[in-house]
Design a protein around this ligand. Sequence first.
Ligand code: SF4
Length: 362
Amino acid sequence: MTPSAARPGTVERPWRPRRLLVTRAAREWDHAREVMRRAALLGSEIVELPGDRFSLDLPVEPARAYAAAKQTVALVVAPPSKRRLQPIAPSADWRVDLAEGCPAHCGYCYLAGSLKGPPITRVYANLEEILAGLPAYLGQGSVTSRSRARAHEGTTFEASCYTDPLALEPLTGALAATIAWFGRWKAPVQLRFTTKFAGVEPLLALDHGGRTRMRASVNPRAFARFEGGTARVADRLSALRQMALAGYPVGLTIAPIIAADGWQEAYGTLIDDAAAALADVAAVDLTIELITHRFTAGSKAVLESWYPGSALDMSEAARTTKRTKFGSEKQVYDAATMAELRRFFEQRIAENLPQARVLYWT
Ligand code: SF4
């Protein structure tokens, strides 16, 4: 699917890559064989490579190269450097990657700034090895990653930094396996994932032990044009409700908050819809994360090449430069816009979702 052909706000379920490239080393892992079995059922072309390197052979024309890359998944072994966890405040203590890349087409996608090269998805074959490395991080984490609102949740592991794990679940089953693994881990830990997809059915009956928090990543229906290939917002909220009814701690990731024309009404309706979806869920454990739209010079250049003519505003208007602790620069809304947005969200959440704990605003 080309960017222009992606139908914003529609559910494309189950997502199916056109081709799955499988390295030689990957094929030695049980999880890889499960992914290959699923890919065959989905109808993907499975290419068993003779070695561990692969060439993508993408078309020269940029739009076709983008489309081909988005339809390609490489099944590879995560090397030790990828299995060494990185801190990821404020979202969680640690980032754990089950995959890198995402099949959706969001006009602001943060992966444009963090993953290099064509936007293929890499899924990791050595899931068991990745999970086996997690107990070494138990009890560790930075102070900044543990807001007071989350101090009781133990060591937290975020699985959505470089992918949308629910988008890939029909192909991999890795999210369900990881949730079940955390369910068996009798320790103060929490797996966290956030998603713009809605296919939670395989997760509902899992023995999760309350140690996974699913968050629906949402934006108003009016802004669906920026979120091509994702599930409809109403379906995401319905999925959130189903997960809450299945006993999972849940959350809303309102991200990225976009100060486009009509934002007050659009986000007001979104918060009302979320409240309605959870209204009759008894004792729901609900958190909210609020993330405003931002971009770097690098991510802007990549996104403009992927989505030429996008209506998403990435101009200098109402922006200011923020320097990160690593010395890089990003463009965020200016102080006046930030203050107005923040006031609005704090007030509307207090009024309509009083049971929620707001974890952070950024
Ligand atoms: Fe990027 Fe998330 Fe959209 Fe996937 S769903 S394209 S990871 S913003």
